[in-house]
Ligand binder design. Structure first.
Ligand code: KG4
Ligand code: ZN
Length: 357
């Protein structure tokens, strides 16, 4: 078989926040196009290190990435049954994320690209979250679609004409959905990360027990906000202006607060996503990010999509939360000739393509 016909093996690295991850994907050698398959994907979670602080501590995250990144790369190669010499390209998420964390992944990727003389591809973490939908449904066309990213740092809607052409349509003006889950979980005395904890407790609760606010619900702009909701949970717990001293809350109250909060978040995101679908006329919806692993959310999205006759693409939970496989978006980038120079830097802040410049 000629070299063109063999697959290209890509090493992908992810260190944007608090997971150190590496993956090996195999895809058609550019310029041939096609959806890569995941040969291996490993994630070292830092949850245990950040738990006691109730959130991610950037310096601790960076140091843990330094310790974990090479073992994760070794493990991903081992599980894929290959060695460094088999790699045809290396990809890394260079934005957005914590600056010190991003630098660790990028430095490792640059070193490999230089030493192995293979192309380096820089990927956008958010575009990667959406591309996870294509990885999860390799035999179906996911794009063009409305893309919804719901993670710890972002709650954003995009019009994605292709994996590499995502135009920002709207999103949260304050907290991201995942961040709201984490903060409310901390108020309720639940563990970190808060999303899975709230989901667990909410299962037994009454989602109508508290009438929490749903900001911008009837506003046609694609704006979301969770800060009022967060404050409303605080007042429900500790009284108006949070003056009441914290008291032990009963299991029942805890469950109802969690269920009512979760339902309010879901109501708003589902409504805004519905608006985005109607406004753009898109018949496909791709969803990614940690919050998309929430089963109640998945159920509500499916109901809405079915009602609109829209195809819903939502990856299995392990491809929703941070992972390196989603950096497989590097293969269409490579096919488009988008190779990074070795002097490329990270971009910690959000770079919004399209409408907002
Ligand atoms: O995408 P992700 O792994 O990392 C970022 O890019 O931020 O998302 C992490 C966020 C956390 O805020 C976490 O609480 C939330 O996703 N999350 C969930 C669930 N699992 C993770 N939120 C709600 N329900 C879940 N089951
Ligand atoms: Zn993420």
């Amino acid at each position: 078989m000629s070299e063109d016909q063999t697959g290209l093996l890509l090493l992908a690295i992810e260190t944007t926040c608090d997971e150190t991850a590496a993956a090996v994907l195999e895809g058609p050698r550019p310029p041939r196009l096609g959806v890569p398959t995941i040969r291996s994907s490993v994630v070292a979670s830092q949850v245990g290190l950040h738990q006691r602080y109730g959130g991610v501590v950037p310096e601790i995250a960076s140091r843990a990435h330094v310790r974990q990144v090479l073992p994760m790369i070794d493990e991903a190669l081992r599980r894929a049954g290959i060695t460094l010499g088999d790699l045809g390209a290396v990809a890394v998420a260079t934005r957005p994320g914590l600056v010190g964390a991003l630098v660790v992944g990028l430095t490792a990727a640059k070193a490999l690209a230089l030493a192995l003389r293979i192309p380096l591809i820089a990927v956008d973490h958010l575009e990667g979250h959406l591309y996870a939908c294509q990885l999860a449904y390799p035999d179906r066309e996911v794009y063009p679609c409305v893309g919804l990213v719901v993670s710890g740092g972002h709650t954003s809607l995009y019009l994605c004409r292709s994996p590499l052409q995502c135009e920002f349509l709207g999103g949260t003006i304050d907290d991201a959905a995942g961040e709201a889950f984490d903060k409310v979980a901390s108020m309720l005395g639940l563990g970190y990360p808060g999303g899975p904890e709230i989901e667990r407790v909410a299962k037994e609760g009454d989602p109508t027990a508290y009438a929490f606010p749903r900001s911008f619900l009837h506003d046609e702009r694609l704006l979301l906000s969770f800060s009022g909701l967060k404050t409303a949970v605080l007042y429900a717990l500790h009284g108006q202006n949070a003056q009441r001293a914290p008291t032990q809350i009963s299991e029942d109250r805890l469950r109802n607060l969690a269920a009512s909060f979760q339902e309010a978040v879901i109501d708003v995101i589902v409504a805004k996503t519905r608006q985005a679908l109607l406004q753009t006329g898109m018949k496909r919806l791709g969803v990614g990010g940690g919050v998309a692993s929430n089963s109640r959310f998945r159920e509500r999205l499916l109901r809405m999509a079915t009602e609109l006759g829209v195809d819903l693409f939502i990856p299995p939970p392990g491809l929703c939360t941070d992972n390196a496989a989603m950096a497989g978006i590097a293969l269409p980038k490579l096919a488009a000739g988008l190779v990074a120079d070795l002097d490329i830097d990270v971009a910690a802040g959000l770079v919004r393509p399209g409408r907002n410049g």
